[in-house]
Design a protein around this ligand. Structure first.
Ligand code: FES
Length: 103
């Protein structure tokens, strides 16, 4: 079972942008917000060459890496064809405007 940790308020994440959560164990997590106010959590490291996905462009349920333009599904972390690879995803939800990350 997940233990949900409050991260920030939904409104603290810019629409179509992201916010970074640092983990003590290393490896930042990028929290994305799309135009529909859905949130997603991905390891902030592109599967291609470790680009900062948190600085990528969010469109729909996808993010485009700022370095070489790979696209990733925000729900699954899978790269979209023709690229192959995946980024770790983390369970996340919004309750009463509060963003909660599974730890
Ligand atoms: S590092 Fe992300 S596309 Fe190359």
């Amino acid at each position: 079972m997940h233990h949900w940790k409050p991260i920030c308020l939904l409104e603290d994440i810019p629409p179509l942008g992201s916010r970074i959560v640092q983990r003590p164990s290393g490896g930042d997590i990028a929290i994305f917000r799309n135009a529909e106010d859905e949130v997603f959590a991905l390891h902030d490291q592109c599967a291609h060459k470790n680009g900062p996905l948190s600085q990528g462009i969010v469109h729909g349920r996808k993010v485009t890496c700022p370095l070489h333009g790979w696209h990733f599904n925000l729900e699954t972390g899978q790269a979209l064809a023709p690229d192959v690879g995946s980024c770790a995803t983390f369970a996340i939800k919004v309750e009463h405007g509060q963003v909660l990350l599974a730890v």
